[in-house]
Ligand binder design. Structure first.
Ligand code: ADP
Ligand code: MG
Length: 246
């Protein structure tokens, strides 16, 4: 990110923060007064399994991965209340956005956070022991209230994963966009050029897309290797659709 004023990062207020009524606290800790950062985008998201899996794909092999997916999709904290399974996704913008939000968030592990950085957001988190069917301890789940992108590259990947360009004001978009001339649908993990019953329209002619997303779709359509997976591009278009199973 060459223009420091345009540096952006993704923050997610996770389901444990919503459940414990810490939303206002987190927003206040990240306010312009405290961090010097401004809002570039914000929305309430019912996190689909697809979005959760793409977001946390780097942790696929970890023992805590299944519980992490259950946690971020809201199934842990709102098991009986699907309508409350949400996170709040926010794009913050300004000088050192990535570092500032990471600093205010604190260490990943809430115990470490309490020891090393009392007062950081994650110092209010908790750790839950995970057991297998026989009751044997197999690991832990870290309920740490907030996600924050760790690097500029991660921020770019995550902002493009969670937000469509038109959810961010044009003058605040940090990454290149293109206006699509194509029509694409998605169904059963496949990209389609024509509507089929049960498919979802991903992009229509005239829509503004992240340039890297549109280039990826063009390659995937031709059966060629793209810079990111089809799921990475389409996950945000299936949010709040009300169609489970994605
Ligand atoms: P961060 O959120 O600080 O970037 P990671 O990317 O390493 O941390 O992990 C993503 C999320 O996975 C963490 O926020 C936490 O909820 C969970 N997590 C990370 N490491 C562990 C672990 N060793 N045991 C259980 N959960 C973990
Ligand atoms: Mg991380």
């Amino acid at each position: 990110m060459r223009n420091k004023e345009l540096e952006q990062t993704l923050a997610l207020i996770k389901p444990d923060a919503l459940k414990n009524s810490l939303t206002g606290y987190v927003l206040s800790q990240l306010s312009e007064f405290h961090t010097g950062l401004i809002y570039a985008g914000a929305k309430v998201v019912h996190v689909t399994r697809m979005l959760a899996e793409v977001h946390y794909e780097e942790h696929l092999d970890k023992v805590f991965y299944p519980s992490l997916i259950e946690y971020i999709t809201g199934h842990v904290h709102y098991a009986e209340k699907p309508h409350r399974q949400r996170v709040i996704a926010i794009v913050y913008q300004g000088p050192d956005a990535v570092k500032r939000v990471r600093d205010v968030s604190g260490p990943t592990n809430p115990h470490t956070a309490r020891e090393q950085k009392p007062g950081c957001i994650r110092s209010l988190g908790t750790i839950v022991t995970l057991k297998d069917d026989t009751g044997k301890e197999i690991g832990e789940r870290m309920d740490n209230l907030i996600h924050a992108s760790a690097t500029d590259d991660e921020a770019e990947r995550e902002i493009k994963l969670w937000f469509k360009p038109n959810e961010i004001p044009p003058s605040m978009r940090a990454y290149s966009t293109l206006r699509s001339e194509e029509l694409y649908y998605f169904k059963d993990e496949k990209l389609l050029a024509k509507f089929e019953p049960g498919s979802v329209c991903v992009v229509a002619p005239g829509d503004v897309m992240w340039k890297s997303d549109l280039e990826a779709l063009r390659l995937i359509q031709k059966g060629e290797e793209a810079s990111c997976s089809l799921r990475t591009v389409v996950a945000k278009y299936l949010l709040n659709e009300g169609t489970e199973g994605h």
